[in-house]
Design a protein around this ligand. Structure first.
Ligand SMILES: NC(=O)C1=CN([C@@H]2O[C@H](COP(=O)(O)OP(=O)(O)OC[C@H]3O[C@@H](n4cnc5c(N)ncnc54)[C@H](OP(=O)(O)O)[C@@H]3O)[C@@H](O)[C@H]2O)C=CC1
Ligand SMILES: O=C(O)C(=O)[C@@H](O)[C@H](O)C(=O)CO
Length: 276
């Protein structure tokens, strides 16, 4: 089973659910990603800073699934912001990933104090023109930061990957994305498991639908039209996580889950958090 896809504003497409890989390392990580592709995952999310681009490369090499059927995302770290620095960093990522092209390249964090994300964005536009990147987007960008990229370059990111889960549904940012045709990707979609999966509203609705709490939460993302990228090192949980396209949630159930809102999981406010 594979996830359905959404069209991106640049004409490419993105699976409605993908695999997070933060913490999938070494041999076990390779095996987990090979298995995930076999299980039907087609969108794989890594980053320069995860230190596992080589692990993703090995999994892609070992998988019988054609590379062109996969969407591989990686991300530019904060310490490499800048026009020339972005080309150099991208080349390291591409080489470690052992790919002719990267499907989706994101600015990982805006790092506003460095104030070079527009320079990086200009370099990413060039990478797109050169054909070594198929789609470009950002991660952890606020509305004013997105607006600045657009005002200064005229190029709208296809994706903004942000913290998003029932504790932090990001309704205003999602509405802004919808106006601009930016697809929202949800990081930590299960709120890093935490206590979310034991919330009575989650367990109650899940029991009523005959699904697991994680499936209920991931279906909530699907109902919102965001792309969740749950990470799991466990095959049974990965299968469970992908199996959310055979049921739906009533609008009042979506609302009930969204009402768990209480804010970010930790201090990852893009206006102040600097991640190098
Ligand atoms: N752009 C950014 O700044 C960021 C991007 N990310 C991306 O988002 C991905 C996902 O986020 P992450 O922080 O890992 O958090 P998730 O919300 O995906 O939660 C992962 C945790 O949930 C557990 N889990 C997974 N599936 C289930 C299930 N069905 N039932 C119970 N527990 C489950 C996992 O354990 P187990 O492995 O044992 O199953 C793991 O402990 C990352 O891997 C990364 O790719 C994350 C943070 C920031
Ligand atoms: O996983 C990511 O992409 C990150 O940016 C992480 O470093 C994230 O910020 C985190 O997990 C912090 O605890």
């Amino acid at each position: 089973m594979t996830a359905p896809v959404y069209a991106l504003r640049d004409g490419n497409s993105i699976p409605a659910l993908g695999l997070g890989t933060y913490g999938l390392d070494d041999k076990a990580g390779v095996a987990a990603i090979v298995d995930a592709i076999d299980e039907g995952y087609r969108l794989i999310d890594t980053a320069y800073n995860y230190g596992n681009e080589g692990v993703v490369a090995e999994a892609v090499r070992r998988s019988p699934v054609d590379r062109s059927d996969l969407m591989i995302t990686t991300k530019l770290p904060g310490r490499h912001h800048g026009f020339d620095e972005t080309f150099a960093s991208f080349e390291q990522s591409r080489s470690r990933l052992d790919l002719d092209w990267v499907d989706l390249y994101l600015i990982h964090w805006p790092n506003p104090r460095i104030d070079k994300y527009v320079d990086s964005w200009r370099a990413m536009i060039k990478l797109l023109e050169r054909g070594v990147v198929r789609s470009i987007g950002v991660s952890n960008f606020t509305e004013p930061m997105l607006q600045r990229l657009i005002d200064e370059t005229g190029v709208v990111p296809v994706v903004n990957q942000v913290e998003l889960h029932p504790y932090f549904p990001q309704a205003p940012l999602r509405a802004f994305h919808a106006e601009l045709g930016i697809r929202t990707e949800s990081w930590s979609p299960l709120a890093k498991r935490s206590e979310l999966l034991a919330e009575p509203v989650v367990t109650g609705l899940a029991a009523g639908l005959g699904v697991t709490p994680a499936q209920l939460v991931l279906r909530w993302h699907v109902e919102l039209g965001t792309v969740p990228i749950p990470k799991s090192a466990d095959a049974a949980r990965r299968r469970e996580n992908l199996d959310v396209f055979g049921f739906s949630l009533a609008p009042e159930h979506v609302e009930a889950i969204s009402s768990l809102e209480r804010g970010r999981l930790w201090g990852g406010d893009p206006d102040t958090h600097e991640e190098m």
